[in-house]
Design a binder for this molecule. Structure first.
Ligand code: OAD
Length: 400
């Protein structure tokens, strides 16, 4: 994060402790719950594991939860068709990108956290812990080589979200994903909050001096450690780690969620705070639609809130059905075709592709450019214009 462009936010830190607390019943869990339920309290800007007091999937009530999901999609499609949803907020997680070939984090067996043995870390989430990184950046850098955007394409789900924008219905999409696929599919910057950061910018993990993202990438790809030209600490891409502040733009939620008239939650386990609690900050009569493989967060409770709907199953398949109900499928297919044609040349000349530019890194000669003179770091909160697709496609060709 660029300190100059992002003033410190009170309590704006992504914290990990509750990850361990959440498995420990008792006062900590209760306290956490109280904190996160108070809409948009400063604690909501801290990332940690959610301590939600809910049913698990093996509960005898799980079947009741499942059956309560029936018909949800059609009900919400009807509301959209009636014109009742003009300020749609989408909350997204890793399940949105599995159809693009990117594993999620927590699915047993295939999720990222189940496949980190080779990095020799004490516990899986250490790989995204800022204090761990500070001591040993190597595990994250090894993983980052595989995580850097560039080899995956947006899928139907990303384009469905873009279609919401195209129809003038998207207030904002809040994504936890760091794969940059929302941007790549053409969702304009002012409609997108990358709550857990992205690889598009880089900065010193200690003093937050901005560092050229493509040079950071080049160093990492070449097994070198990019170092800050100001304080000589390690530079990292602006992915939000446990223990770090969320981007300023995240705080748009305080204006968006009260305004939302439909919340769509897609492909997330809702386990990480403050993101998870965002879903509790829409007004209570506002429909919330969960599209996921399993019930998560408040959708694990019986009974569901009366305006809550969920459709459980494969996300892409569900979103295709939803699009069919809305009569949007042909438009989405067409959008995908045209955007793929547009963005492929951009991918090839991506500013983040590894090139021959010099970089300053441990074991490499110092580059000329000083990071302090570079624009970069996290973007500030945007005003969020209501511009729809037809006017904004120019921004769509940018890749991360
Ligand atoms: P998770 O892996 O925790 O959750 C993904 C959810 O999507 C799970 O509930 C899956 O069942 C569901 N899912 C996956 N593929 C699906 C599919 N094809 N169809 C339907 N559902 C599917 O990922 P997130 O909730 O995004 O933070 O994780 C949140 C944060 O935890 C991440 O941003 C990351 C991690 O620690 C950082 O790295 C800082």
């Amino acid at each position: 994060m660029n300190r100059s462009s992002q003033p410190p936010v009170p309590g704006g830190r992504l914290t990990e402790p509750a990850e361990r607390l959440d498995s420990v019943p008792g006062p900590y869990g209760k306290q956490r719950r109280k904190q996160t339920d108070s809409a948009l309290a400063p604690d909501l800007s801290q990332m940690s594991m959610s301590g939600q007091d809910t049913l698990n999937n093996s509960s005898p009530f799980a079947s009741a939860v499942k059956s309560s999901s029936r018909g949800g999609l059609a009900s919400v499609a009807r509301l959209v068709k009636l014109g009742r949803c003009k300020n749609v907020v989408v909350v997204a997680g890793a399940g949105v990108s599995t159809a693009s070939g990117i594993p999620d984090f927590r699915t047993p067996g295939t999720g990222l956290y189940a496949n980190l043995e080779k990095y020799n870390i004490p516990y899986p989430k250490a790989i995204f812990n800022i204090d761990y990184f500070s001591n040993d950046p190597q595990p994250f850098f090894s993983l980052a080589k595989a995580l850097y955007p560039g080899s995956h394409r947006p899928n139907y789900i990303h384009y469905f979200i873009r279609m919401l924008h195209h129809k003038g219905l998207l207030l904002r999409v809040y994504t936890q994903n760091i794969d940059g696929l929302e941007k790549l599919c053409g969702i304009p910057d002012d409609k997108l909050v990358e709550a857990h950061g992205s690889f598009a910018t880089a900065a010193c993990h200690l003093c937050y001096t901005a560092y050229p993202a493509k040079e950071a990438k080049q160093a990492i790809m070449n097994d070198k450690v990019p170092i800050c030209t100001f304080c000589a600490a390690t530079v990292k891409p602006d992915i939000v780690f446990f223990g770090e502040d969320l981007p300023q733009k995240y705080f748009l939620n305080t204006q968006d969620f009260p305004k939302a008239d439909l919340l769509i939650i897609m492909g997330t386990s809702l386990q990480i705070e403050p993101f998870a609690s965002l879903v509790n900050t829409v007004r209570s009569p506002v429909p919330r639609l969960l599209l996921n493989r399993n019930a998560v967060g408040p959708f694990k409770k019986v009974p569901l809130r009366r305006a809550d709907h969920m459709e459980l199953g494969d996300l892409e398949e569900t979103v295709r059905r939803f699009a069919e109900m809305l009569g949007w499928n042909d438009d989405i297919e067409e959008l995908m075709r045209s955007q793929e044609t547009l963005s492929l040349p951009t991918l090839i000349s991506s500013p983040l592709s590894v090139d021959q530019t010099s970089c300053q890194s441990r074991g490499a000669p110092a580059g000329k450019e000083t990071s302090r003179s570079r624009a970069g770091g996290q973007r500030g909160a945007s005003s969020g214009s209501e511009e729809t697709d037809s006017k904004s496609s120019a921004s769509s060709s940018q890749s991360t």
